[in-house]
Design a protein. Structure first.
Length: 217
C-alpha cells in the first residue's frame, strides 16, 4: 500500500493517556449525577469523538439535560483534574514516526480532546515527535472537518488527499471518519479489541504502533 499522508489520533494512539482520561471524566461527571461505570461505558463506545459530543451523549443516555454552557463547564472541570504528568508515549511510537518520516510520509494528528493545535504541537516538540501538522478540537470539532483542513493544508482536492492517506486510531470514531472519507483506516487495539474497530470500518488492525511500518511502502 502506497501511503503519502498518515493521520494519527493522539490520546490512546500516540500517548498512553486513556486511563487518566477515563478517571478525569468520571470525576468531572460525578457531580452531574453520572456513575463511573456510566462514564466508562459511554467513553468506550465513543472513543475518538470530540469531548463535547461525548458529554452530550452520556448525559442524554442518563436522561439528564445539559446546555452548551454546562458542556463547557464540564470540559473545564475535566481539565482541572486531568493528570498532565500521565502524558507518556506508547512503546515504539517515536521510533516508528521517525522511520515513517524517513520514508517520506507526511504526518498529521487529529485530536478530539479540548487541546488546541498549538498545545498538541507543543506536546509533540517536548517528546521529539516529527509531526508536520496537527489539528485539535478547539476551533473545528474532530470529524470530517479535520480531513478538509488536512487536504487544504497540502493544496489537494479532498478525494486526492484521501486516496493517498491512512488514519490510525484506537477508537471507533476514528475508523468511521476514515471510512466515510475513503481513507485507509488502521485500528490499534490499545483501548478496545479488534472487532468493534473492524465493525466501524477499519481496513487493518494492529496491536502496537510499530506494526504500521509493515502496512506502508
Amino acid at each position: 500500500m502506497k501511503i503519502k499522508y498518515l493521520i494519527t489520533d493522539v490520546d490512546g494512539t500516540i500517548f498512553d493517556t486513556m486511563p487518566a482520561i477515563f478517571s478525569a471524566f468520571a470525576k468531572a461527571m460525578a457531580p452531574r449525577g453520572l456513575s463511573e461505570k456510566q462514564v466508562a461505558d459511554w467513553l468506550t463506545g465513543s472513543l475518538g469523538a470530540p469531548m463535547e459530543h461525548q458529554i452530550k451523549g452520556m448525559m442524554a443516555q442518563a436522561g439528564r439535560q445539559i446546555d452548551e454552557n454546562g458542556i463547557r463547564q464540564a470540559i473545564d472541570d475535566f481539565k482541572a483534574v486531568i493528570d498532565e504528568r500521565s502524558c507518556e508515549l506508547f512503546p515504539g511510537v517515536k521510533e516508528s514516526l521517525l522511520a515513517l518520516k524517513d520514508k517520506g510520509i507526511l504526518l498529521m494528528a487529529s485530536s478530539g480532546s479540548g487541546s488546541g493545535s498549538a498545545k498538541l504541537e507543543r506536546r509533540f516538540r517536548e517528546h521529539g515527535l516529527p509531526y508536520d501538522f496537527a489539528v485539535g478540537s478547539d476551533k473545528i470539532l474532530k470529524g470530517d472537518g479535520h480531513i478538509d483542513v488536512f487536504a487544504r493544508r497540502f493544496s489537494l482536492a479532498k478525494t486526492d488527499f484521501c486516496r493517498q492517506a491512512a488514519f490510525v486510531g484506537d477508537g471507533t470514531t476514528d475508523m468511521e471518519i476514515a471510512a466515510r472519507n475513503g481513507i485507509f483506516g488502521i485500528g490499534i487495539t490499545n483501548t478496545i479489541p479488534a472487532q468493534p474497530l473492524i465493525a466501524a470500518g477499519a481496513k487493518a488492525v494492529i496491536g502496537n504502533f510499530e506494526e504500521i511500518l509493515g502496512l506502508v511502502e
